[in-house]
Design a protein around this ligand. Sequence first.
Ligand code: PGA
Length: 255
Amino acid sequence: MNKRTRRTVIAGNWKMNMTPDQAKKAIEDLRPLVKGKGRCDIVLCVPAIDIPAAVKAAKGSRIKIGAENVHFEPKGAYTGEISADMLVSSGVEYVIVGHSERRQYFGETDETVNKRVKAALNAGLKVILCVGEVLAQRDLGITKEVLSMQTKIALSGVTEDQLKNLIIAYEPVWAIGTGRVATPDQADEGNGFVRAAVAELYGKKAAEALTVQYGGSMNEKNAAELLARVNVDGGLIGGASLVAEKFAAIVDAAQ
Ligand code: PGA
């Protein structure tokens, strides 16, 4: 398998934006812009409270709905948390795990990321696993080691068969929400480091079949150049996913 045969996935990450009413309108605006049989999958990962409205608004379209996080326990005394089964029964198909904002602001560790990945996959969700180095790590020249370590810990206990429901998003933390996008070379190299780590765990064939996205200030202007790279199989898009026209333009660039 190679870039031509791997699935391209364009996913939006709305973060803490959009009320349910705004979510409904945003998806209604997006639907006609992404109509038709494209070569890429389209996902919108939305705040938990928006899920019912988003699932309803996306019904019958190409747009799949994802969540932005999931708890690793199936149920119990975990105030404020949401389980994988709750997401599945609400019509959610994808979930982001290990986003750097969760690692940075909410104490997420490689170990809890691993637990969430396994819980989500075991429940039948498709996982978008985020990995990425901070600027100090890049400056130290340890980007490859950081990506390899995050990837390997996150996938500990994940079977090769479950990889078909896994996407990894390489998101350099210094590029997220900063407008400072990685160069196409940096994105391709980072995605390649991630793929190499997956190859060490599961072999080259499995790694070649894996969709690896780039994320971090991807927008309608820079998407085509990033997506043209051999290791870049899609994007995880924050800011630009909030505006239907911008997000649709990125989808266009991917197909
Ligand atoms: P950004 O966010 O596109 O706003 O940089 C990307 C992300 O956090 O996934």
